[in-house]
Design a protein around this ligand. Structure first.
Ligand SMILES: [Zn+2]
Length: 270
């Protein structure tokens, strides 16, 4: 009898955790470059801080018409594009509810196409989005945004957040030559100096971080918390859903790639 009870409780527990796994409440999408034709406009890739893998740029560059088709799909199928802050506040319990089928749109790095292609389309549709930039990419070349453009977007309501200072791999495992002190200073620069500089430029608080290459461990998470971040994001190709139990410091995103089909896009939505 006792054993049966245990089994029943175990079954109930696994059923409830299964239920939680299968109840996505939102999806966070991540974009990089969006350009007409879907081909990176300059052969200057990789940008500062990226490894020298030319195919990476192609992989992360989406055709503008695919981007607008995705926005149309969201609009025509009852999805609501919400600010990242609303989702984080909801998960933290400081916001009572979200509209049905919430989707968050984020854009990484600092490509000029964010200003030229994404920003006008989002503004026209009155949709919020978060732009994760790293200061080292700003003002350094014709394929990247300038601080003036970043400030213009921030003033127009675009949420500007941190993607570290130099687009570095953050875990200690990737910096085995660092002393403990080197590593602490490195994390402080990547996490805190980027936050402070972006806040000084935009005049708005930086609350969130997207980890470059999704490279994160417990020590990086702890440092991000220590330096005041309230939300942290990484990418995952499958099951990238936000659930009621998701921690704001461990937010999974679905990356939109050059060849992401509309079917794959639909499957990633809540
Ligand atoms: Zn990046």
């Amino acid at each position: 009898m006792f054993r049966l009870k245990i089994a029943a409780i175990a079954l109930l527990l696994s059923a409830s955790s299964l239920f939680a796994v299968e109840t996505p409440i939102a999806t966070i999408l991540s974009y990089h470059e969006v350009v007409p034709g879907g081909v990176p406009p300059f052969k200057t890739h990789p940008p500062p801080g990226f490894p020298d893998v030319p195919t990476e740029a192609d992989r992360y560059t989406l055709d503008t018409k695919d981007f607008t088709a995705q926005l149309d799909f969201l609009d025509q199928n009852g999805y609501h594009v919400v600010p990242l802050a609303d989702l984080v506040d909801y998960l933290k319990g400081s916001r009572a509810d979200l509209p049905p089928r919430p989707v968050v749109i984020t854009v990484d790095d600092g490509y000029l196409s964010t200003y030229k292609e994404i920003f006008p389309r989002m503004r026209e549709r009155k949709l919020p989005f978060t732009f994760f930039i790293y200061p080292q990419i700003v003002n350094v070349g014709k394929n990247y945004v300038t601080w003036a453009q970043v400030i213009e977007m921030a003033d127009a309501g675009v949420d500007i957040e941190s993607h570290t200072f130099t687009h570095a791999l953050l875990t200690l495992q990737m910096h085995k030559d660092f002393t403990a002190e080197d590593y602490a200073q490195f994390l402080r620069h990547e996490l805190l100096d980027s936050k402070t500089l972006i806040e000084a430029k935009t005049g708005k608080p930086v609350r969130f971080i997207a980890y470059p290459y999704s490279n994160v461990d417990f020590a990086v998470q702890r440092a991000a918390r220590q330096y005041g971040y309230e939300g942290a994001l990484y990418d995952q190709m499958t099951k990238a859903f936000i659930k009621p139990s998701t921690s704001p410091m461990s937010l999974v995103r679905f990356p939109i790639l050059h060849d992401t089909s509309l079917d794959q896009f639909k499957a990633a939505l809540p």
